[in-house]
Design a protein around this ligand. Structure first.
Ligand SMILES: *Cc1c(COP(=O)(O)O)cnc(C)c1O
Length: 384
């Protein structure tokens, strides 16, 4: 028997009628790109997050690029971020000609460590000992923190560091949308929040899509302009450079149907994770994920740690034998990526991320996974 890593079929059976009705409406009105569904989705998601504005766009990657464009990131700027993330976070920084500067993570939450962040910024200003990229003449400009695996980072602490040094904070909530930090929602935790609607994310469409969130009227206008090639008030007089960052009406129509059940699904995901933790919390040598007090993860991934890489291989072999996928997010931290070799980082620079990369693995996670399946998976891991 093969267990899916993410099963979207059950979800589809619950919302099929609404999905089809919403898609039919698009086929009838014919505004295939940037139609009325986008505005409705923006309004509903902004309300859910508790922010003033939301702006739909073509992907999570493009949401990050738009955010950095709106914040005027350019060559010579340093943007501090975590090495323990999906490539797109750091890629967006480098695509704008700026330099990603990596700061190691907290070993429990896997999110950027606010103390090390402060140290790295101080070092760039000339008084600290954090490892920095081998690039001359950088100016600290901003921070991108990531809600890794669906758990928001420690935003009070990170915002305090950002304010102290006069840097912007962008929240990469591609995995975090639906998560909670104290009394706030993921997406609402930085100057601009960015999320992704890739099908495998907690709120996914049936293609690509993304969204930016902000409370700032001015940033909204900048995001809106960059989304469509830097357009100005006169459509054929462009005031800046931008991208083709539009989103399709069909994707928004699908998201509207999915969003109806999303708050409930976020709760179910949390229950599924709680059950995994219960089933596996006492397995020797295995570390199950911890959610700090006042946080809620939306569990984009459920990722335990094995004792070491040999233990992980044993677990993964046993799971494979049982038909259970257990992919690794992420096997190579950003500072060791080939594309960033010119930054001059080396193994040992980010020991906590490197250690996690050797021990981590993910288990099947979706709101409708059966209890018996989870018990079977836990049993296989226990034996390994
Ligand atoms: C998925 C993801 C992205 C990119 O989103 P896309 O919609 O695939 O472009 C960016 N950052 C993180 C942390 C992600 O998980």
């Amino acid at each position: 028997m093969n267990i899916p890593f993410i099963d979207l079929k059950k979800q589809f059976s619950l919302i099929e009628k609404q999905v089809r009705a919403n898609m039919d409406a698009v086929l009838e009105h014919g505004a295939y790109v940037m139609g009325p569904e986008i505005t409705e989705l923006e309004k509903r998601l902004a309300d859910y997050c508790g922010v003033k504005h939301a702006l739909g766009c073509s992907s999570g990657t493009d949401a990050l690029i738009l955010a950095l464009m709106a914040l005027d990131v350019k060559p010579g700027d340093a943007v501090f971020t975590t090495p323990f993330t999906f490539f797109a976070t750091a890629e967006a920084i480098a695509l704008l000609g700026a330099t990603p500067v990596f700061v190691d993570i907290d070993p429990v939450t896997f999110n950027i460590d606010p103390e090390k962040l402060d140290e790295a910024i101080k070092t760039m200003k000339g008084e600290g000992s954090h490892v920095l990229p081998k690039v001359e003449g950088l100016t600290p400009k901003g921070i991108i923190s990531v809600d890794i695996f669906g758990l928001p980072a420690d935003f009070d602490a990170i915002n305090a560091v950002a304010e102290k040094h006069g840097l912007f904070l962008v929240e990469d909530a591609a995995q975090g949308f639906g998560g909670v930090y104290k009394d706030k929602k993921a997406g609402a935790l930085g100057k601009i929040g960015c999320t992704s609607f890739f099908p495998a994310k907690p709120l996914g469409c049936y293609g690509d899509g993304g969204m930016c969130f902000t409370d700032s009227d001015e940033l909204l206008e900048r995001l809106r302009s960059h989304r469509v090639h830097g357009q100005g008030p006169d459509k054929y007089d462009n005031i800046a450079l931008g991208i083709n960052g539009r989103i399709d009406s069909l994707q928004a129509a699908i998201l509207l149907a999915k969003f109806d059940i999303f708050p409930k699904e976020a709760e179910l995901r949390d229950e599924v994770a709680g059950r995994y933790n219960e089933l596996m919390g006492d397995i020797e040598g295995l570390t199950v994920p911890t959610t700090p007090e006042g946080y809620r993860s939306v569990w984009a991934q459920y990722c335990p740690l094995a004792t070491d890489s040999a233990h992980r291989t044993r677990i993964q072999d046993a799971l494979k034998e049982a038909g259970v996928p257990s992919p690794i997010y992420y096997p190579i931290p950003m500072h060791l990526q080939t594309a960033f070799k010119d930054l001059g980082y080396k193994t040992g620079d980010m020991p906590i991320s490197e250690n996690a990369a050797e021990r981590i693995f993910a288990l099947p996670m979706y709101p409708y996974i059966e209890k018996a399946t989870q018990e079977m998976i836990a049993g296989v891991i226990k034996k390994a």
